[in-house]
Design a protein around this ligand. Structure first.
Ligand SMILES: C[S@@+](CC[C@H](N)C(=O)[O-])C[C@H]1O[C@@H](n2cnc3c(N)ncnc32)[C@H](O)[C@@H]1O
Length: 368
């Protein structure tokens, strides 16, 4: 049984976490883009089998579930599912046959379809879900022609599962074999291709770094590279267990709309609180959540104020979105709005707004 076949035997808990985020995000995202009166295409570049052996839904069926209500209302939607491995693609076809929305299953390497997707992006709203199984399955540049459409004003978003920990292990394996990273060695060049640059090399070579920080720094580097196309990039590490130091991978969301950052963050906070809740609170008599998981308005206001000092005079919604990016997945947009209101009312933030209600376009600035 190959790694891929094994993967579909049973859905792992960290995959469920990722699926929650996908579902929670797609719902409001699709509701929003449905108002643009352009046809919508959701592309699952690494679609897998559609359903796991234990009956759990795979991402193609989760995507179909979210598209169905729109399709029912007459919105033009289409799903594209791409899977490279023949037997898995066969399963995918069977499992999605009656998924209830117009869809196409392509068997083969997603790279073959990038040109067609790029063309679609000139007339459609496109959401890409990119969920590889091995770090080497996705080269950073693979989707650049699709992302390049953003420069032409098209509506494209991406949710990438960057296999940060797997990537670091692969790179450390190379370092172990050659004692120093030779930048021209073919294996190092292969890592450059995956990462989209050489920025990862010093982090892997620095043996003094904690592994967790190394993984986070490289994921941040990856996200930074995506900023060449996407104005807003939100990155969040997904762990298997709450206590785990090292993540399994990083989910990275790229969009050109600040509103989408609010939505994705909301989806991530919701999934996170469910994950944390299931671990700490369910079935317990007392609230035993770790302190950092209980929203502390004072701590949140301090984060907002630090962000405000970095930004200077700015607009309310920008302060909120930058606060989100500085501490992703911890606070919802409405909690941050409440923090901004409090700071205005207490005079720590100056504003053209009164602070009694949310005014996204109002000006805000730190008073000290
Ligand atoms: C992590 S699994 C996807 C799981 C799926 N997103 C889900 O949640 O149900 C990755 C899948 O991508 C497939 N794959 C690997 N390389 C690919 C490529 N170049 N093009 C398309 N599919 C590929 C693998 O065979 C595997 O089934």
């Amino acid at each position: 049984v190959s790694d891929v076949n094994k993967f579909f035997e049973q859905k792992h808990p960290w995959s469920k976490y990722k699926d929650l985020i996908l579902g929670y995000y797609l719902k409001p995202y699709l509701a929003k883009v449905a108002t643009l009166s352009r046809p919508i295409v959701v592309v699952d570049c690494f679609a897998g089998a559609g359903r796991f052996d234990d009956g759990e839904l795979g991402s193609p069926l989760l995507i179909a579930e979210q598209l169905k209500p729109l399709y029912g209302r007459g919105v033009s939607v289409h799903a594209i599912f791409i899977e490279a491995q023949k037997d898995i693609a066969e399963r995918l076809k069977k499992n999605t046959e009656f998924c209830g929305v117009p869809h196409t299953v392509y068997e083969g390497d997603f790279r073959v379809y990038v040109e067609a997707i790029t063309r679609l992006a000139s007339t459609h709203t496109v959401f890409l879900y990119v969920d590889p199984i091995l770090p080497g399955d996705l080269h950073f540049a693979d989707l650049q022609s699709v992302y390049g459409q953003l420069k032409r004003g098209q509506s494209i978003e991406t949710l990438v599962n960057f296999l940060s920990t797997g990537f670091v292990r692969r790179a450390q394996g190379i370092l172990g074999r050659m004692s120093r990273l030779d930048p021209l060695h073919s294996e190092v060049l292969a890592c450059d291709q995956i990462a989209g640059g050489t920025y990862w090399q010093p982090y892997v070579a620095d043996l003094g770094l904690a592994q967790k920080d190394r993984i986070d720094l490289i994921a941040t580097g990856y996200a930074k590279r995506l900023e060449q196309w996407f104005d807003w990039v939100l990155t969040y590490p997904i762990r298997e267990q709450y206590e785990d130091e090292q993540p399994k991978y990083h989910l990275i969301h790229g969009t050109r709309h600040p509103d989408a950052v609010d939505l994705m963050n909301r989806a991530m906070v919701k999934a996170r609180r469910e994950f944390v809740g299931a671990r700490f609170v369910e079935g317990q008599l007392f609230n035993n959540q770790p302190a950092e998981e209980v929203v502390d308005p004072i701590k949140l206001q301090a984060i907002v104020l630090t962000t405000a000092r970095l930004l200077g005079r700015t607009q309310w919604f920008l302060l909120r979105v930058h606060t989100t990016l500085s501490d992703p997945c911890m606070y919802t947009d409405s909690e941050i709005n409440a923090g901004i209101k409090q700071l205005i009312l207490s005079g720590k933030l100056g504003s053209s707004a009164s602070g009694r209600k949310v005014e996204d376009d109002a000006w805000v600035w730190p008073t000290r």
